[in-house]
Design a protein around this ligand. Structure first.
Ligand SMILES: [Fe+2]
Ligand SMILES: [Fe+2]
Length: 314
């Protein structure tokens, strides 16, 4: 075991060739899965993720080579240049944020991992503001393995887009980065509760559904003692499933909820429809606006609609 080190599949994005062999760990053996020189643009990464692999392994002596690869990938993504398309840049940034979310989800007690996620959120905030078209590329990355961190990244992007439409970026600028971290790990409890993710929540059996319904409260219980968490991150984990008709797990009303809870609840519900229905944003939004009328706050739904409209997505 000491001869191998884990890496996250979500970091293997973009057209940069990997300078290491990557292995899967099966029945006590390390089996070669991806060869040095492979790259993961387009649907190649989807095929890999379709195998529901979250981690792979590299030879421990290649750890520094992997770190250099990560560094180079991130640099290519955040430094706008002529030879890397916005699509590839967006895929790399999505992967990096997903990896940060997975790390923090697995070890929320770590202040260092919290700070990595916060730093990623800050960079993403700037990138997304400078490159509004990146939303289209983000929504095109299929969540083939129903990964909660992948979902967290999309909820973060949709929430930021809604905040831009509602003027919250100007009104409460100091809280946007914390909101993004909250979105990244809002479903933290699903990493621990063993509820199947490939089934729509409303189709779960009774026992699983009861556990599912507690995930926001249980997730909050899990992290509430960690003082390195911004209070807004804690609040988003606790309240992202609340509905204005009091049908949420804590039966809160609109007036009880801070606007960031209303924003993230809308972004969360919309990405859940996108993931489980497999529809385009245009198809999904039409049904969403009808189904969620009176359930999610109207202003945030209009904010979502306007953000998608401006980008030509609906
Ligand atoms: Fe949730
Ligand atoms: Fe969620």
């Amino acid at each position: 075991m000491a001869d191998y080190a884990p890496i996250r599949v979500s970091t293997l994005r973009g057209d940069q060739k990997i300078p290491f062999d990557a292995y899967v760990h099966v029945a006590g053996k390390y089996i070669l899965m991806c060869r040095e020189g492979d790259s993961f643009e387009g649907d190649r990464i989807e095929r890999l993720r379709g195998k529901k692999l979250v981690k792979m392994y590299i030879a421990a002596k290649k750890a520094q080579v992997y770190q250099d690869y990560l560094h180079e990938n991130i640099k290519r993504a955040y430094e706008a240049s002529n030879n890397t398309s916005l699509e590839i840049r967006t895929q790399i940034i999505h992967g990096a944020l997903q990896a940060a979310a997975e790390d923090l989800t697995e070890d929320p007690e770590s202040k260092a991992l919290y700070n990595v996620a916060l730093d990623g959120a800050k960079r993403f905030n700037k990138f997304f503001t400078a490159e509004p078209k990146s939303l289209e590329h983000l929504l095109a990355i299929k969540n083939v393995d129903f990964n909660i961190a992948h979902h967290g990244v999309i909820v973060a992007a949709l929430s930021l887009a809604i905040c831009q439409e509602l003027g919250l970026v100007e009104a409460r600028p100091m809280q946007i980065d914390a909101m993004l971290v909250g979105c990244l790990i809002h479903d933290i409890e699903h990493n621990y509760n063993n509820v199947g993710r490939s089934e729509r929540p409303d189709l779960l059996g009774r026992a699983e559904k009861n556990i599912y319904l507690k995930h926001s409260v249980d997730g909050h219980d899990r992290i509430k003692g960690f003082i390195h968490f911004d209070p807004l991150v804690r609040d988003i984990i606790l309240n992202h499933e609340e509905k204005i008709d009091m049908s949420g797990p804590r039966k809160r009303r609109e007036k009880d909820l801070d606007v960031f809870m209303l924003v993230t609840a809308t972004a969360n519900a919309f990405d859940t429809s996108l993931t489980y229905e497999g529809q385009t944003p245009r198809e999904a939004l039409k049904k969403f606006l009808i189904d969620k009328m009176g359930v999610l706050q109207l202003e945030t739904m209009h904010g979502l609609q306007n953000a998608l409209k401006k980008r030509g997505l609906v």
